[in-house]
Design a protein around this ligand. Structure first.
Ligand SMILES: [Zn+2]
Length: 167
């Protein structure tokens, strides 16, 4: 994580002090306080015929690993919109949000630091599988061949899908 040493607004060297119960950097000249907030990420657990759509990451962090399509929520976007946009960008597939699975904290020590990951269950609607620019590969996995860490993270959802007619 990159740190501010100078005020990004007026360029004054930042100082450290107790502000609202935490040690934070602040600008002694203007009102800037360097609050640390998690980056918001939307993630798609995309399913078709009881198979899960995963991507092989082409960029750090976790380059070369298989995982769910995901990405940062942009300003002006709802988390649902971000989820479906990332799914489309990374796999070429259009989907429909079924429900919110949950929101969890993740820490990426490589680049991004603290993240708030909002996970949605998505039903695949249409589209041809085309891995996006930032993705090495994209394909559907049977439940039996899913990576172990993916199963551990999504145990409840996977169980639910196994027993649901709609998927
Ligand atoms: Zn300032």
């Amino acid at each position: 994580m990159k740190e501010y040493n100078y005020c990004p607004i007026c360029g004054t060297p930042l100082q450290v002090g107790m502000i609202e119960g935490r040690e934070r950097k602040y600008c002694p000249k203007c009102d800037f306080i360097d609050y640390k907030n998690p980056l918001p990420v939307a993630l798609a657990v995309a399913v078709k015929d009881k198979r899960f759509l995963l991507i092989k990451r082409g960029m750090p962090p976790r380059k070369g690993m298989w995982g769910a399509p995901s990405g940062f929520i942009e300003s002006g976007e709802t988390p649902e919109e971000a989820c479906l946009r990332e799914l489309k960008e990374e796999t070429g597939i259009s989907g429909k949000i079924v429900k919110l699975i949950g929101a969890v904290r993740r820490e990426d020590k490589e680049i991004y630091g603290d993240m708030l990951v909002v996970k949605y269950l998505v039903k695949v609607k249409s589209g041809k599988l085309i891995p996006g620019d930032e993705v090495e590969d994209a394909r559907f996995f049977d439940i039996a061949e899913l990576p172990v860490y993916y199963v551990n993270l999504l145990k409840d959802v996977i169980e639910e899908i196994q027993n649901e007619e709609v998927f």
